[in-house]
Design a protein around this ligand. Structure first.
Ligand code: ZN
Length: 60
């Protein structure tokens, strides 16, 4: 269960596991797909990889 701000209905609502339609492990993190209470499919990127800031090469 997590809080999500929907891009369609613009509401912040709790999303329950029963609303999750897929979980995908990607190089960028865990991509969670779920259906909002308004019926629109939403996506969320989570996990350690998503939280880690991108490292940029140091300017010399
Ligand atoms: Zn919504």
């Amino acid at each position: 269960m997590f809080l999500h701000a929907c891009t369609a209905c613009e509401r912040r609502q709790l999303i329950f596991p029963s609303q999750v339609t897929s979980l995908d492990n990607t190089d960028h993190g865990i991509e969670v797909s779920f259906t909002c209470w308004c019926g629109v499919e939403q996506h969320l990127l989570t996990g350690r990889a998503a939280a880690t800031p991108r490292r940029t090469p140091a300017a010399a």
